[in-house]
Design a protein around this ligand. Sequence first.
Ligand code: UD1
Length: 416
Amino acid sequence: MKSYLVTGPCRLQGTVTVGGAKNSVLKIMAASLLVPGEVTIRRVPAITDVFLMAEVLERLGATIDFSDGVMVIDSSGDLSEEAPYELVTKMRASIQVLGPLLARLGRARVSMPGGDAIGSRPIDLHLQGLERMGAKFTSEHGYIEGVSDRLQGTRVLLEFPSVGATENILMAAATASGTTTIENAAREPDIQDLAAFLVAAGAEIEGAGSPTIVVQGVPELHGLTHEVIPDRIETGTYAIAAAATQGEVTITDCRPDHIELPLQKLSDCGAEVNRRDDEVTVKMSRRPDPLDLVTLPYPGFPTDLQPMMMVLLSHASGPSILTENVFESRFLFVDELNRMGSHIRVEGHHAVIRGIERLSAAPVRVPDIRAGAALVLGGLCAEGETQVHEVWHIERGYENFEVKLEGLGAQIQVIE
Ligand code: UD1
């Protein structure tokens, strides 16, 4: 199995370009099932999760062509209703085909996704929303089976602004009969991107990016071309990596306005942050100041950047408190980071980080995508050679991660 041997410490320096947003493109791919025509998606990153979603769509009957960042999906033929266990279990985001399949076929059979390394991840809000629109669900042998006549527009008030639930309901509402209003909707840029895709396909949607989204159902969507937004988590990862390694990195082709709070927190730690429209430079010349940080749904601090901030704060000149409010088990990787000498104590969903001068290299194991990026970052900051095992997790969400870091001066050897 593939590992990285990361030699530290190193100061990252130079320019890096980010790809299309993983969390956006996966949902846009699922939404293409709603379109009985050809969909062209640009700026598609070549990451494992994209290949997995492509496999799911192909199993459902779509044809896909993907090269040089451009994906063409044709779902105009007959579709199957079943997203099987062996694919859904590899990637939770496969659950996003539920709404489109119900809307297009009036039935869907999707394996229940189960939990993963960042915690229990129920889909009750997805199902409740679709039920309000007229779908009926049963669960048998590990599968959710849904049936519906044409879905009916209605008011859906989400108990929590779940990204996945908002997206499933938004996709289902696009071709439902009448008006659907989603309240307490997630406001992530991914939702705005999905809505922009659906609008380009002929849907009528207002308010995406705000807590209230209003969808006027249309009978049918049509083919289109769409470019995915830049990945804000990848952008934030390189921004935090610049600060943690006391380097200077310019990130191009990105949307600094999608990571306002992370950039503000980097400034609060003592980094110099210079932003232009589609570019941001982060420079750090000293140990970071400590700070308190709380993860929350967008525009709050993203849970997906929490592990990288943990690495940054593990070098701070005083104690910090980090509170995780979105995923219960997202601190599991702290035990790995502590193997590198950090002083982090976890109490429930709070982590108390006592800053130290420098981490020391140790073998570590990656539990999930974002913790994986954080552990590599730990290796870049640490003295010595850090072996990072099971880096396939990182490849699920980061395109050419080690190559891009090497471009910034990192020494990373890939061990097969
Ligand atoms: C998406 C992102 C993930 C990101 C997260 C929060 C993708 C593929 N993944 O995940 O990277 O960390 O948003 O920004 O886009 N919940 C329920 N019931 C539900 C749905 C969610 O209780 O039906 C809970 C979850 O357990 C979790 C919280 O709500 O505690 C947030 O989940 P959600 O916003 O749905 O995240 P995902 O869409 O799974």
